[in-house]
Design a protein around this ligand. Structure first.
Ligand SMILES: [Zn+2]
Length: 93
């Protein structure tokens, strides 16, 4: 994974879909399938205790370490309805 690219369920799936589109059989996700996969990917972010250190968002509640990366201008501002809330930091601070 490219560390400079913000990781979100959306970016991950778009990348996955791009890769699929290059396969010989031109496998393509329909919008419906994409939304279903997106929901699935988002569910994996639910119910963890997320903390941020630099560009890394990591889980503090699981016995194994896992997390994802965001871009330098993104900040974890909290957890709402069990989901991490990531916002873009405004420039000029
Ligand atoms: Zn976890």
């Amino acid at each position: 994974m490219n560390k400079n690219e913000p990781f979100t369920p959306e970016s991950w799936l778009r990348k996955l879909q791009e890769e699929y589109n290059h396969l010989p059989d031109h496998y393509e996700l329909s919008e419906e399938e994409f939304q279903a996969k997106l929901k699935e990917a988002k569910e994996t972010m639910r119910g963890h205790n997320w903390r941020q250190r630099g560009q890394e968002i990591f889980c503090t509640s699981c016995p194994f370490s896992h997390g994802f990366f965001v871009s330098p201008d993104q900040q974890l501002v909290g957890i709402e309805i069990d989901m991490p809330v990531i916002k873009k930091i405004k420039e000029g601070k």
